[in-house]
Design a binder for this molecule. Structure first.
Ligand code: DGL
Length: 269
């Protein structure tokens, strides 16, 4: 019975769709309830306390929809809120940072990894922490790229301005002889083309979404929560503002058509 319940996935906005897409591909039987906090995006320049309070409200909202597990499809909220919230709720919850660090540690050949993300994620040092747990030898170089999120939310992923800004942010990292860059914000895979162009082909870009979906599959398997039903799942998308704009954006990214998105006020949760 519990196995047919949905999985809650949330982000500050559209970025988490890059993770939802990967979950749809690796776990095609699972229903998703997505929440994008479009009224309060960005999270990346907000304090740990604020991001944790927002995340807690969203988790309560998702639990009210009877989700069987939750994925924090946001690096900033994973960095700030995951460990606190994990102890407060009755369902499994995973973030995207640990899976991202694992993938990067496997991808690097010279042990020099760049991590790009929001100010919150980069300043938290959480990627270094996980990477050094895997191998203390790894050298990690962080770079916050605060303008990337508004550029993505604005739909300017392929704009010349975006490329120019990417050059400004990434040139310092390239001087560090890194061979791998973690896209440590779920919005950034949407800038993969531009970032790839700037860093060059020899640098591997790591999108934590793939390993996060694998981790979700592992956890659901362990808890005997995998949905074995073969029906095409009906995903539901909620946002805190601008449902129509979000729907259009989501339809340009996801493999399924989203007919409806709903505005919801999570502040009451
Ligand atoms: N996409 C989110 C992340 O992975 C948050 C970006 C933001 O809201 O600043 O960090």
């Amino acid at each position: 019975m519990g196995n047919s319940l949905p999985i809650g996935v949330f982000d500050s906005g559209v970025g988490g769709l890059t993770v939802a897409k990967e979950i749809m591909s690796q776990l095609p039987n699972e229903k998703i309830i997505y929440f994008g906090d479009t009224a309060r995006v960005p999270y990346g320049n907000k304090s740990r306390e604020t991001v944790t309070a927002y995340s807690r409200q969203i988790v309560k909202f998702l639990l009210s929809k009877r989700v069987k597990a939750i994925v924090i499809a946001c690096n900033t909220a994973s960095a700030f809120a995951l460990e606190t919230i994990r102890h407060e709720i009755p369902v499994p919850i995973i973030g995207v940072v640990k899976p991202g660090a694992k993938t990067a540690s496997i991808a690097t050949r010279n042990g020099r990894i760049g991590v790009i993300g929001t100010e919150g994620t980069v300043n938290s040092g959480i990627y270094s922490e996980f990477l050094h747990e895997i191998s203390p030898e790894i050298k990690v170089f962080g770079q916050a790229c605060p303008l990337f999120v508004p550029l993505v939310e604005e739909g300017w992923a392929d704009d010349l301005i975006t490329e120019e800004i990417a050059r400004r942010y990434l040139s310092g990292l390239l001087d560090k002889d890194i061979d791998t860059v973690v896209l440590g914000c779920t919005h950034y895979p949407l800038l993969k083309r531009v970032i790839g162009k700037v860093v060059g082909e020899s640098v591997v870009l790591v999108n934590p979404a793939y390993e996060s979906a694998r981790e979700l599959k592992r956890v659901l398997g362990e808890e005997e929560l995998l949905n074995e039903e073969k029906e095409v799942p009906h995903h539901i998308f909620y946002v805190s503002d601008g449902a129509e704009k979000f729907r259009e954006f989501a339809n340009s990214i996801l493999p399924c058509e989203i007919i409806e998105t709903k505005d919801v006020n999570v502040k009451t949760f």
